[in-house]
Each structure stands twice: as structure tokens, then as C-alpha cells.
Write a protein that binds this ligand. Structure first.
Ligand SMILES: Cc1cc2nc3c(=O)[nH]c(=O)nc-3n(C[C@H](O)[C@H](O)[C@H](O)COP(=O)(O)OP(=O)(O)OC[C@H]3O[C@@H](n4cnc5c(N)ncnc54)[C@H](O)[C@@H]3O)c2cc1C
Length: 498
């Protein structure tokens, strides 16, 4: 018997396990479906793409997306100690102030307004720039400026400024708008995951038990109360009982799946799979909101790409000194922009990469190229997570409903137009030879030919270029109403890895 059973040793689970066991009287069992985080590629920042579709990734895919040329989109999620913070792009980014305040003011999430959450960000953070009104200097989560900057990502920032953007040295400061280099969750040139920041320092505590390769299969509910978790560990079934609380930290895909497997979810859907209904909760699995990404890509034959720098020499350099190109998180620079001046907060986030980004990051970047990912952060389309079967080992059905709200496509089209203006400005313009994506087929005669560009972007061949997802949100529902129905307005951007 434990006091707390936590499912999932990802960003949230690592923080909770560490905080709860600060009290020596509280015992905690932390269950993680994946393995320990010992592999080199987890710790070498530039090895990020080796983690995709590896044994540390659930390797989800969406169902074919009607509004995105029928594609089934690759959807990475960490399945390892540290969860997605062990495979993510390490950008230290908080949500926009406007979004937290919307959670509080429109959804009734008391305690989640920006001024409520800011002290927690500050407490978590150990920023290499020191403490300030917006930053912490002595928390467990190491946040640093990048050690390595590529010529093309630096040129992106300069060109964006020349095209009219403001330079922003701190996206987590007073304002998010503008362009610059991202700060990253790293320490001494290594990834600094939630496990590094929270779990590993707590692991030796006698009141904390961490079980890897342990797949939670259902929450045990007795008398209307969650009292334990059933799980599979190395082929056999176990039951862990919790005296105080069961805490689900399985992430935005797995937590709703586990709730539904436990009889908590939309009653009709549960019955379809022969699951006894414990609580009819239509909000479970509903309102899935993911940030669609469109990739713009230019060939840069005269500029060495990051992939060329990732050879044995620089690997050795990283091993000896933890410096050089292998310290990069790849998505080096970027920023935030409003594609419509009337918006209350940015709707697009840029990610500039010194490599060609194809097939959701799964294609090996062998040629020379430069990409900008256009990530919609104010997403109106909604989707859902549902069960494929009552077998907990089966992946759930993920349908983010990409671009089902036409406003999302319109915003991405405006963003393409804007990024082309940046690419046409110096110094970037001198670096590239051709625009490979979206490419000439999706282009008006000149940049700024709004109608024609928009029409061409609605062709299926252009939509096929929209790629992956990183930041799924909301399918367990928050807010005061029973099902936390979707709101027509903008949505919160992702919470940061802790
Ligand atoms: C490729 C990628 C890049 C990203 N880049 C960034 C970035 O640069 N900056 C940023 O701020 N955010 C980024 N994110 C998002 C960020 O990492 C996530 O929002 C965050 O880590 C989610 O935390 P979580 O605790 O909700 O879930 P996770 O960290 O995903 O943790 C869930 C854990 O639960 C485990 N689990 C699930 N189901 C079960 C079960 N049934 N039994 C036992 N264990 C289970 C999983 O294996 C996993 O370890 C990225 C995400 C990805 C995938």
C-alpha cells in the first residue's frame, strides 16, 4: 500500500513524485510504461531525431485527416523516464499570459491565471541569466542560452527584423511577440529533462518507488473513489493500492485512454467496447486541440547544414567538452507573430531549423537546406481521443481534426505569406537558391498576392505539406462545467516541460 500512485514518469509525473516525497511520511509509487532514460541519444541534444519512432517513443499516428489530404500524421510522445521531456526539442517556452487568464476568466480554472502560475515558473527555473521579475535563478530546471547558433537560424532572426518584426531576447518575459533565439532546457550542453531536474535527485529516497516497464491498465474505483491502479509489469498483472490519491500523468493521449479503460468517459463509447460505465463523462477524450505545423523549406547549397556537422569529430568534441554543434536543439531560433493585427496574442510560432525538415522530421536531412516550421498556436479545430479496443496495449484512436475549422487554414496561409517576406529579406535571401516547400505550385505571381496564394494553399497537394504535431492538449477537460465544452475563442499554448 502506498499513499500515492502516479501513472507516468513524464514532465508532470517526475515533478509530482519529487515534490510529494519531500515529505518523508508520504510514500509514492511511480509507474512508467517505458524504460529508464540511460541512452546517449536522450542526453545529446542534436541526436533528437534518433529518438523519433525509437523504443523511447509511443510512435502514435493520427487517423487520416480529411482536411489535410487524407494524411495520417506522425505524433511522437515520450515513452521513457522523463516522458516527452526526454525526447522533446528542449525549447523553454511558457504559455501566453492571455491564455492563462482565459483559463481562469472564461473556463473558471481558479488559480490558473498568469499571475497565479508565474510564481511556479519562477520557482521551477534556474535560468543562466539569473533571477528577475519573470525568471528564477535557483530552481531545479536548468534553462540556458544556446551554446551553438547556425548561420541560417541567425540569418532568420536578422531577416525577420529587417522585414519588420521586433527582436525579442526573452519570449518568457513581458511580451511574447517578436523573433530571437530560444532558451533551452539544458545543463552543461546536455538535455535537462524533467527526470534530470526532479526525479533523479529524488530517486534514492526510501519513500519513492519507481517502476519502469510498467503499463497501467486501469484505475481501480471503489465506492466512487480511485483506490489503486492495475498494471502489467514484465508480463504479469499487479495491483498497487493508494491510500491517499491516484494521480494520472500519462499525457494528453494516454490519460484519457486510461480513464476510459477504467469506465470513466462517454457512456455510449465505453459500452461499444464492453466496458462497464463507472461515470458518464463526455469530456474525457473530447476537445483534443493540437498545434498543426506547416513546414517552409529552402535549399541552401552554399551553406553547410547541421547534418554535415554531426560527424565523429563533433561527437567527440561533445563527449569531451559538451560543446559545439551537438549541443543544439535543432529548432534554434524563431518567435511569435500575430497574422492578424486584431488578435489579442500571437497565433503563430516560428521554429527555424538549419536542416531540411521533411516527413514530420522522419526523413534524414542529407542535403543542404533551411526550414521554418509555422506552428499554429491559436487552434480552433477540435478533435478527440477514443478507444480502439478495450485492450490497454492497443494504441487509442487519435483524431485531432486538423484544419476542420477553416480559420486555421487561413491563419497558416497568412503565415506562409509572412515567412516568404522574411525569406526575401537580407541576409536570408542571399543564402537560398530555391523554395522547396510550399514551393512554386502554391504561390501567387508575387509575394503578397493574397487571394491567389490563399486559393492555391487550399489545394490538397499543399496541405500534404503540413506535418507533425508536438503539443496536444485538453482531452481530459478542465474548467467548471461537467464536460468543459469547447469555447469558440483562442486556446492556450503548451505548458513548458518542467
Ligand atoms: C517531439 C516533441 C517535441 C517537443 N518540443 C517541445 C519543446 O521544445 N518545448 C516545449 O515546451 N514542449 C515541447 N514538447 C511538448 C512537451 O514535451 C510536453 O508537453 C510535455 O512533456 C508533456 O508532459 P506530460 O507530463 O503531460 O506527458 P509526458 O511527458 O508525455 O509523460 C507521460 C508519461 O506517461 C507514461 N505513460 C503513459 N501511459 C502510461 C501507462 N498506461 N502506464 C504507465 N506509464 C504511462 C509515458 O510513457 C510518459 O513517460 C514536445 C513534445 C514532443 C513529443
Amino acid at each position: 500500500m502506498y499513499d500515492y500512485v502516479i501513472v507516468g514518469a513524464g514532465s508532470a509525473g517526475c515533478v509530482l513524485a519529487a515534490r510529494l516525497t519531500e515529505n518523508p511520511a508520504a510514500s509514492v509509487l511511480l509507474l512508467e510504461a517505458g524504460p529508464p532514460d540511460t541512452a546517449d541519444e536522450i542526453h545529446i541534444p542534436a541526436a533528437l531525431n534518433l529518438l523519433f519512432q525509437s523504443s523511447y517513443d509511443w510512435g502514435f499516428r493520427t487517423v487520416p485527416q480529411d482536411k489535410a489530404a487524407g494524411q495520417s500524421v506522425y505524433w511522437p510522445r515520450g515513452r521513457v523516464i522523463g516522458g516527452s521531456s526526454s525526447i522533446n526539442a528542449m525549447i523553454y517556452i511558457r504559455g501566453n499570459k492571455y491564455d492563462y487568464d482565459t483559463w481562469r476568466d472564461e473556463y473558471g480554472c481558479d488559480g490558473w491565471g498568469y499571475n497565479d502560475v508565474l510564481p511556479y515558473f519562477i520557482r521551477a527555473e534556474q535560468n543562466s541569466r539569473g533571477s528577475s521579475a519573470y525568471h528564477g535563478g535557483s530552481g531545479p530546471l536548468s534553462v540556458v542560452d544556446p551554446k551553438f547558433k547556425s548561420a541560417s537560424t541567425a540569418a532568420f532572426v536578422e531577416s525577420a527584423v529587417n522585414a519588420g518584426s521586433v527582436a525579442n531576447p526573452d519570449f518568457n518575459g513581458p511580451t511574447q511577440d517578436g523573433v530571437g533565439f530560444y532558451q533551452v532546457t539544458q545543463k552543461d550542453g546536455r538535455r535537462w529533462s524533467a527526470a534530470d531536474a526532479y526525479l533523479h535527485p529524488a530517486e534514492k529516497r526510501p519513500n519513492l518507488t519507481v517502476r519502469t516497464d510498467a503499463l497501467a491498465t486501469s484505475v481501480v474505483i471503489e465506492g466512487g473513489r480511485a483506490v489503486g491502479v492495475r498494471y502489467l509489469h514484465r508480463g504479469s498483472e499487479h495491483l498497487a493500492r493508494a491510500e491517499a490519491e491516484v494521480i494520472l500523468c500519462g499525457g494528453a493521449v494516454n490519460s484519457p485512454q486510461l480513464l476510459m479503460l477504467s469506465g470513466i468517459g462517454p457512456a455510449d463509447h465505453l459500452r461499444e467496447h464492453g466496458i462497464t460505465v463507472v461515470a458518464d463523462s463526455p469530456g474525457v477524450g473530447a476537445n483534443l486541440s493540437d498545434h498543426p505545423i506547416a513546414a517552409a523549406l529552402w535549399s541552401t547549397p552554399k551553406v553547410r547544414s547541421l547534418a554535415e556537422l554531426a560527424g565523429p569529430k563533433n561527437l567527440l568534441r561533445w563527449q569531451l567538452t559538451h560543446s559545439g554543434p551537438m549541443t543544439t536543439n535543432v529548432a534554434q531560433s524563431g518567435g511569435f507573430v500575430r497574422t492578424n493585427s486584431g488578435l489579442p496574442a500571437p497565433d503563430i510560432q516560428w521554429h527555424a531549423l538549419p536542416v531540411p525538415f521533411r516527413n514530420g522530421g522522419l526523413a534524414d536531412p542529407t542535403d543542404r537546406g533551411f526550414s521554418v516550421l509555422l506552428t499554429l498556436v491559436d487552434v480552433r479545430s477540435r478533435g478527440k481521443i477514443s478507444l480502439r479496443s478495450a485492450d490497454p496495449r492497443h494504441k487509442p484512436v487519435i483524431d485531432p481534426g486538423y484544419l476542420t475549422d477553416p480559420a486555421d487554414l487561413e491563419a497558416l496561409v497568412r503565415a506562409v505569406r509572412m515567412v516568404r517576406q522574411i525569406a526575401a529579406a537580407r541576409p536570408l535571401r542571399k543564402m537560398w537558391a530555391a523554395e522547396e516547400a510550399p514551393g512554386w505550385a502554391a504561390r501567387g505571381r508575387r509575394v503578397g498576392n493574397a487571394d491567389r496564394t490563399a486559393r492555391q494553399h487550399q489545394r490538397p497537394d499543399h496541405r500534404r505539406r503540413r506535418t507533425g504535431s508536438r503539443r496536444d492538449l485538453r482531452p481530459c477537460a478542465a474548467g467548471r462545467d461537467r464536460a468543459s465544452r469547447p469555447h469558440p475563442g483562442r486556446r492556450p499554448v503548451t505548458p513548458p516541460p518542467m
